[in-house]
Design a protein around this ligand. Structure first.
Ligand code: ARG
Length: 469
C-alpha cells in the first residue's frame, strides 16, 4: 500500500469533519496504543471519577452514569483476563477504551466525554501512573536500604581500605562503606517524595486547554482520585510535564548511585582486589573460559544508568520550546518515563539481590588496608596532639618516616621507634599506640566517622531515620 493511501473509510473517531481516513503512515506515527496501554487502570479510574462527578452535578443522568460505570467495570475485567483487544486505528488508550465502552453500552458511552478532552484526560492518567511508579520505587529503595543496613550491621567492624583516587587512603569498615550508600538512596527517596508532592494536583476539568462551560466540580474529581487539589490554571494543567521531568531527574540521580555501587562490586570481585565473592545467583559463566564468574548483574546495573540519563534528556528536549498549550509532541513523554521506571526498578532489585548475597573476604580486605601506609595520618596526628608539632611540620616528619620505612619495606608499626627518633627526637614509644590499622580505625570516633562503635550507632540511627517512618 502506498504511504499516501487514503482509501480507508472516513475516520471513526472524528466523524463529521473528515471525509477520508488517515494514511497508513499517519496512523502509524500517530498511534500511541503500543505503549500507552500501560495507562489502562489509570484511564478507567479517571473516567469513573469523571462520570461520577457528571452525575453529581446533574450533567449526566444517574442511569447513564450507572451504565458507564458497569461498562468500565466489564472492560477492566476483560483487560485483567487478557481479553481486551487493542487497536492501532483507535490511536491511544483513551479511544480504545471509549470505543469498547460504546460497543458494550451504546449511546451513554458517547456522553462520558462531556466536559472532558483527551488533553486533560491524558495529563490525569499520566500523573496517576507516575504517582504509582514513585510509590513502587520508594518501596524498592527502602528494601535496598534495609539490605545495606543489615549487611552494615553484620560487618560494622570489618576492616577494608578506604580509597581516594582509588588508592589506599585510610582504613574504614565495610559497614561504614555500605552505610554511605544508605544515605544516597535516602536522598533519592527524598527526591521522589518531592516529585510526588508536587505532582499530586489534578488536571482533570481543564478540558482541551481553556476549561469548560459545563458546571463541573473539579474538587470532586480531584478528591476521588486522591489528588490534593485541582491544578490552578487550565493551560498549565494540560501542558505541564514537570512531574515527568522531575521523576526522570530523580531516577537519573538514583541511577548514578546504583552505577557507583555496581562499579565498586565489579572492582571488589576482580582478581586484583578479591574483596568479595558474588553468589552464583548473581554471576554468569563464560561460554569459552570455564574458570570465569562474571559480575554481569553489576555491569548491567551500571550500564542502565546510560539509558535513564538518555530518557531524561529525551523528555527535556521534547518539552523545550513547546508553545502553550498541548502539542502532540507531548505524546512522546511516556516511553522515556516507562523505560526509566523499568530500568531503575530492575537495577534496584538486582542490586539488592547482589548486596544481600555477596560474601566479603576479610583477609583480603585487611591485607589491602595495611598496604600503602594508611596510618601515616595517625602518626602525623600523634605528632600534633602528643608531641606538640604544628600540623605542617608533623606532615613533613611523617613523610620522612614513611620514606625510610618504605626503603626498608616495613609497615609503620614495624618500623623501630629508635629510627623514628633519629628523624625527630620528640617521638616516644607512645606513638606505637596509634600506628596499627585497628588503632587507626578505633580512633575515628568523630561524628559520621568510621570507628566500629560509630558504625553500630549509625546502623541504629539509619534504621530509625529510614525504616521506621
Ligand atoms: N495520546 C495522546 C497523548 O498521549 C492523548 C492526547 C491527545 N490529544 C490531542 N489533542 N490529540 O498525548
Amino acid at each position: 500500500m502506498s504511504p499516501n493511501d487514503t482509501s480507508k473509510p472516513a475516520s471513526a473517531q472524528w466523524g463529521g469533519r473528515f471525509s477520508g481516513g488517515p494514511a497508513e503512515i499517519m496512523e502509524k506515527i500517530n498511534a500511541s496504543i503500543g505503549f500507552d496501554q500501560r495507562l489502562f487502570a489509570q484511564d478507567i479510574a479517571g473516567s469513573l471519577a469523571h462520570a461520577d462527578m457528571l452525575v453529581a452535578q446533574g450533567i449526566l443522568s444517574p442511569e447513564d452514569g450507572q451504565a458507564i460505570a458497569d461498562g468500565l467495570d466489564t472492560i477492566s475485567r476483560e483487560f485483567e483476563a487478557g481479553k481486551f483487544k487493542f487497536s492501532q486505528a483507535l490511536e491511544d488508550i483513551h479511544m480504545n477504551i471509549e470505543a469498547r465502552l460504546h460497543k458494550l453500552i451504546g449511546e451513554p458511552a458517547g456522553r462520558l466525554h462531556t466536559a472532558r478532552s483527551r488533553n486533560d484526560q491524558v495529563a490525569t492518567d499520566f500523573r496517576l501512573w507516575v504517582r504509582d511508579a514513585v510509590d513502587g520505587l520508594d518501596e524498592q529503595l527502602r528494601e535496598l536500604q534495609t539490605v545495606l543496613i543489615d549487611r552494615a550491621e553484620q560487618h560494622a567492624a570489618l576492616i577494608m581500605p578506604g580509597f581516594t583516587h582509588l588508592q589506599t587512603a585510610q582504613p574504614v569498615t565495610f559497614g561504614h562503606h555500605l552505610l554511605a550508600y544508605v544515605e544516597m538512596f535516602g536522598r533519592d527517596r527524598g527526591r521522589f517524595a518531592d516529585c510526588r508532592r508536587r505532582l499530586n494536583e489534578s488536571p482533570l476539568g481543564a478540558g482541551a486547554l481553556a476549561g469548560t462551560s459545563f458546571p463541573i466540580d473539579r474538587q470532586h474529581t480531584a478528591a476521588a482520585l486522591g489528588f490534593d487539589r485541582p491544578m490552578a490554571n487550565s493551560l498549565d494543567a494540560v501542558s505541564d510535564r514537570d512531574f515527568a521531568l522531575e521523576f526522570l531527574a530523580a531516577a537519573a540521580i538514583a541511577m548514578t548511585h546504583v552505577s557507583r555501587l555496581s562499579e565498586e562490586i565489579v572492582i571488589w570481585c576482580s582478581d586484583g582486589f578479591g574483596f568479595v565473592r558474588l553468589s552464583d545467583a548473581y554471576t554468569t559463566g563464560s561460554s569459552m573460559m570455564p574458570q570465569k564468574r562474571n559480575p554481569d548483574a553489576a555491569e548491567l546495573s551500571r550500564a542502565k544508568a546510560g539509558r535513564v540519563f538518555g530518557d531524561l534528556m529525551t523528555l527535556l528536549t521534547v518539552m523545550k520550546g513547546l508553545p502553550l498549550a498541548y502539542s502532540k509532541d507531548m505524546q512522546e513523554d511516556k516511553e522515556p518515563v516507562f523505560d526509566a521506571n523499568d530500568s531503575l526498578a530492575l537495577a534496584l532489585a538486582a542490586t539488592a539481590g547482589m548486596v544481600g548475597d555477596l560474601e566479603p573476604i576479610p583477609d583480603a580486605m585487611r591485607d589491602a588496608a595495611a598496604q600503602g601506609y594508611p596510618t601515616a595520618t595517625d602518626l602525623a596526628d600523634w605528632l600534633v596532639s602528643v608531641a606538640g608539632l604544628p600540623f605542617r611540620e608533623a606532615h613533613r616528619v611523617t613523610g620522612e618516616i614513611v620514606k625510610a620505612a618504605e626503603a626498608r619495606g616495613v609497615m609503620l608499626d614495624q618500623f623501630p621507634v629508635s629510627d623514628m627518633q633519629a628523624i625527630d627526637a620528640r617521638i616516644t614509644e607512645d606513638v606505637l599506640s596509634v600506628l596499627s590499622i585497628d588503632a587507626a580505625l578505633a580512633r575515628r570516633t568523630s561524628e559520621g566517622g568510621t570507628a566500629p562503635d560509630n558504625v553500630r550507632a549509625a546502623v541504629a540511627a539509619a534504621r530509625e531515620r529510614f525504616l521506621e517512618t
